[in-house]
Design a protein around this ligand. Structure first.
Ligand code: NAP
Length: 254
């Protein structure tokens, strides 16, 4: 597992690239969307809370970035039909996709397995893995239309080593790691399309605060701090790298 925390992205790294970011309204996804736009990408902002997406849209416009697009979608209720519609809309609008950052995620509950609510378990699996998988299937033809496309799935340290009480969240991240190995192997003969996993590591967001309520957020790296690896994996400097596991920061104890 490697980390590209010292990568310095050229200002035009993502110029003329169309990049879709899920969960783009808050946390790491919001920062990734702003950062990709700052490096020239036309960003498609996908998420479930439209007001948050609109705020990111306005920030990109105010910074003089390429005009983004908003795609409202809640993974919880999303169907195969929704993903097909999405692919049709993006095909009509852009004709291809150069990047896809699967970032949206749901923590669920940190609780012993014998008390885990089955309905919540299903929700977490739907948002963190099932929805993203079927969305990827629908968007593959658009990604294959690009000269150099990158798919990034967001993982977690508990997707690489199980930890007590992390339940569905941990299992969904293990599934993410497994799915990426399968897909990367299938895409081996397509050098213009790569797929990798990225573990952001402990990062100052709402989700981290919910998981570790007693922790001082000031001790954590910010989403901005971990952007070098997000940029490197999305841009041409990582062309040819597929089926790998990355960390966006050096590991810490929790
Ligand atoms: P966050 O601040 O809670 O943001 C999560 C994002 O996902 C939000 O934009 C949220 O939208 C969106 N989302 C949640 N449920 C959704 C749904 N049903 N449909 C569509 N969008 C949905 O979390 P974060 O810390 O930035 O996490 C981003 C990713 O990094 C996640 O995959 C997480 O598992 C992973 N991660 C984070 C850490 C960390 O320390 N922060 C560590 C390891 C892995 P709303 O704002 O509208 O709710």
């Amino acid at each position: 597992m490697s980390c590209k925390i010292d990568y310095q992205a050229p200002a035009d790294l993502l110029e003329n690239r169309i990049v879709l970011v899920t969960g783009a309204g808050d946390g790491i996804g919001r920062t990734a969307a702003l950062s990709y736009a700052r490096h020239g990408a036309t960003v498609i902002l996908l998420g479930r809370t439209i007001e948050k997406l609109e705020r990111v849209y306005d920030e990109i416009e105010a910074a003089g970035g390429p005009q983004p697009a908003i795609f409202p979608l809640n993974f919880e209720g999303a169907t195969l039909h929704d993903f097909d519609e999405m692919a049709r809309t993006l095909d009509k609008e852009f004709g291809r996709l150069d990047g896809l950052l699967h970032n949206a995620g749901l923590l669920g509950r940190i609780t012993p397995f014998d008390q885990y609510d089955p309905e919540l378990w299903e929700q977490v699996m739907q948002v963190n893995i099932n929805g993203p998988i079927w969305m990827t299937q629908a968007l593959l033809p658009l990604l294959q239309n690009a000269d150099d496309a990158s798919i990034i799935f967001t993982s977690s340290s508990v997707g690489r080593k199980g930890r007590a009480y992390w339940g569905a969240y941990s299992v969904s991240k293990f599934a993410t790691e497994g799915f990426v190995e399968v897909l990367a192997d299938e895409l081996e003969s397509q050098p213009n399309l790569r797929v990798n996993t990225l573990n952001p590591g402990a990062t100052r967001t709402q989700m981290r605060q919910s998981a570790y309520p007693g922790e001082d957020p000031a001790t954590l790296r910010t989403p901005e701090d971990i952007m070098p690896t997000y940029l490197w994996l999305m841009g041409a400097d990582s062309a040819g790298v597929s089926g790998q596991k990355f960390d966006a920061q050096p590991p810490r104890q929790s």
